[in-house]
Design a binder for this molecule. Sequence first.
Ligand SMILES: Cc1cc2nc3c(=O)[nH]c(=O)nc-3n(C[C@H](O)[C@H](O)[C@H](O)COP(=O)(O)OP(=O)(O)OC[C@H]3O[C@@H](n4cnc5c(N)ncnc54)[C@H](O)[C@@H]3O)c2cc1C
Length: 337
Amino acid sequence: MERLTDQDLAELRELCPGGVSMNVDLASISQWKIGGTADVILRPSSSAQVANLRRWFHERQMPHVAVGLTSNLLFSDEGLRVPCLQIGPRMGAVAINGTNVYAQAGTWVPGLARKLMKAGLTGGEHICGIPGTLGGLICMNGGSQRKGIGTSVVTVESVDQGGFRCVRSVTDCGFAYRQSVFQGNNEVITSANLRFVPGDRAVVRAEMRAILAERRQKFPRKQPNCGSVFKSNPAMYAEIGPPGEAIERLGFKGTRVGGAEVSPEHANFIVNRGGARARDVLALIAAIKHKVECATGYQLQAEGHYVGASGTIMPLDGGSQEDMPPDQPGCGGPAGP
Ligand SMILES: Cc1cc2nc3c(=O)[nH]c(=O)nc-3n(C[C@H](O)[C@H](O)[C@H](O)COP(=O)(O)OP(=O)(O)OC[C@H]3O[C@@H](n4cnc5c(N)ncnc54)[C@H](O)[C@@H]3O)c2cc1C
């Protein structure tokens, strides 16, 4: 990949004033506290800046990657050699008008849930404990309590790779369990119109408190992590239970590879005990998948994503890329980490 020249950087600083950072230690900004150095991170403050940056990249055929607060991402130990657009607090405006809510993609999700509660709206309680941006939440169709944000979406505004503005209605967003079209269409989400339902503020507040209390009790909070590693599979859930239970039954709780550990509190979380590398996490994921498949016949699917040094984003269990661990032996061979 070609390095950015001084002239390139000067132009990027004009397109994204006050939002250009060089040589950023990804371990210091990512939620898992893992990753090498990113050459350049751009934090735009408007959808117009996102469009201008993407057009600039497009004209130079320069690959780049878009992230939110990195709460679902594992960065490569080799860092990031392509520019990274981080859509965060500089694009965090929210406007509530009756039951209609406009929010920019960098909106902090727990803050949005509190704003909905204060406005007397219900339907957003399930997102109150999810530590990401609205853009990341929409891309992942994230949620809790068996819900996804997609059910509250009216339209999503994005910028395509040529720098053109797109507006998609909910039916064009391809929402399914932890999925949306934005995981594959190379658009950067800049804002969304959402709709909620009038509710009783006190009831909404009580529901949010209950959800947060349950999460505090169930999920590891002290060590850096990226939430649930594996998606729940309905057939497996009915037969065996959620991924965490299957993983726990196989004795993985507390298993470590380097600085990465299967959380002793919840087996579907991998925590960074200090100094974990991406390859440690990937090795644990591969070992868990292998052993669960051998024991149950079900193939777990990762929920989080891996960001390679070239900016490729793929599921954490994304297969045979060069910085992924080698395939595990067959079920007859030695299994486990
Ligand atoms: C402690 C903890 C608990 C969690 N609990 C939950 C939970 O209950 N439910 C749940 O669903 N998730 C949960 N997560 C995962 C994560 O918080 C969500 O997936 C979140 O929505 C990701 O938002 P983000 O801004 O951090 O996105 P990132 O992690 O930065 O990115 C995630 C994906 O979205 C893409 N993306 C991000 N922003 C944009 C944008 N503006 N335009 C286009 N694509 C974009 C990225 O390219 C990437 O593919 C949890 C994570 C942690 C650390």
